[in-house]
Design a protein around this ligand. Structure first.
Ligand code: SF4
Ligand code: SF4
Length: 383
């Protein structure tokens, strides 16, 4: 009998071109912690020649799901689909040690719900003790939220629905508010209904079953608004929604794609800043959106874009990875932060809340970390 993933597994010719771009292979140099090694483990399990043991699951768990291997594979191997299917199988069939089960249950009892995250956002803003990677945002940043409807400035060019998210909504209300303002200024009527749920991305990337219904319910809600586009400003959420088997998935765009499509309004003001742009993995590798954010930032007069060395390597945030695999995440975070520190940028821009939190935590000197739309928002005010 052939399994669903058999054709995908057979696409891998074991050439190893993906190995140098894999963060965990870079860290440890071990074949089972490379894409090729993980695919071999999937292959053996699928053939019934290997059991799903603690060790096998550990190698799959150590994968960040960053999809650098998808970008670098010349044979077009769908590692994204393979690891998603593998994680769902592990979630269904493998009994994790009790402490791991509790940790995951606790995380996913909170993460998809912005109302449950909100007290944590306030507690951190008030400087209660917390781990280094905990996101400390200013109260003023958390409190901002976009209006349910933002009218287009001038002649409307597009009607869009905006995803508010869960982590984004609880911790980065300022990014959501800036996104709505910028889209409005670029000619969009923006609908941001309060009664929208989570897209399920964090659960989906961890292989958890509730992700599917959550994503469907969200696309039902936003798709019913009769909009031209569903706009997402968080890379992980965008890739999860674009992949969905749902008619509204075809409407989903990353915010930079929409801004690049519409072009800047004439009144963009000057910002004399050296900006290091960090490619979030779920934007660059998973969605292939690399040019649009750069074009959006480069359109701001005075902005000098700096490229981060080894841009294809993940910063270690990767959804809940920095909570579940803290040692590897810390090592990757330090490497990324050191590469960015060396650029002496005035601002670091990234389009994913996890990346912003992770990079901020490991920088040697304080540099503001912003979503690119926040810089566009500033340029609009300066115009
Ligand atoms: S995943 Fe692609 S690049 Fe990596 S070993 Fe297989 S065929 Fe080669
Ligand atoms: S998704 Fe990232 S961490 Fe996982 S195997 Fe591919 S390159 Fe390595």
């Amino acid at each position: 009998m052939t399994s669903d993933v058999r054709p995908l597994l057979d696409d891998c010719v074991h050439c190893g071109f993906c190995l140098p771009t894999c963060p965990t292979y870079q860290l440890w140099g071990e074949e089972p912690d490379s894409p090729r090694g993980r695919i071999l483990l999937m292959d053996l399990v699928d053939k019934g020649e290997l059991a799903v043991t603690d060790t096998v699951v550990e190698h799959w768990d150590r994968c960040l799901g960053c999809m650098a291997c998808v970008t670098s594979c010349p044979s077009g191997v769908r590692y994204d689909a393979l690891i998603e299917s593998t994680r769902a199988k592990v979630d269904r069939e493998y009994r994790r040690p009790r402490s791991d089960r509790w940790r995951r249950s606790a995380l996913f009892a909170v993460l998809p719900y912005h109302r449950r995250l909100r007290p944590a956002a306030y507690a951190l803003a008030l400087h209660l003790p917390a781990p280094k990677i905990a996101p400390r945002r200013k109260l003023s940043a958390i409190r901002q939220q976009p209006p349910a409807r933002t009218p287009a400035a001038g002649e409307p060019r597009m009607k869009v629905a905006m995803l508010l998210g869960c982590v984004q909504r609880a911790f980065f209300g300022d990014v959501n508010a800036a996104t709505a303002r910028v889209l409005g200024a670029y000619g969009c009527e923006v609908l941001a209904p309060r009664d929208q749920g989570c897209c399920g991305a964090l659960e989906l990337h961890a292989g958890r079953a509730p992700a599917g219904p959550r994503r469907t319910a969200l696309l039902d809600r936003l798709g019913a608004l009769g909009v031209d586009r569903i706009v997402v400003n968080s890379a992980g959420c965008g890739s999860a929604l674009k992949e969905a088997d749902h008619p509204a998935a075809a409407l989903v765009r990353d915010v930079h794609e929409v801004l690049a499509e519409l072009g800047p309004p004439r009144r963009l003001g000057r910002l004399d800043l050296r900006v290091a742009y960090h490619d979030a993995c779920h934007l660059g590798h998973a969605q292939g959106v690399r040019a649009a954010p750069r074009a959006v930032l480069a359109a701001i007069p005075g902005v000098q874009l700096l490229e981060v060395p080894d841009a294809e390597i993940c910063c270690g945030s990767a959804g809940v990875y920095n909570l579940l695999q803290p040692d590897a995440a810390r090592d990757l975070g330090r490497r990324k932060a050191a590469a960015i520190d060396a650029l002496h940028a005035d601002v670091i821009a990234a389009a994913n809340p996890g990346c912003l939190i992770q990079i901020s935590a490991y920088l040697e000197r304080h540099v503001p970390t912003l979503h690119p739309v926040q810089l566009v928002d500033r340029a609009l005010r300066a115009g």
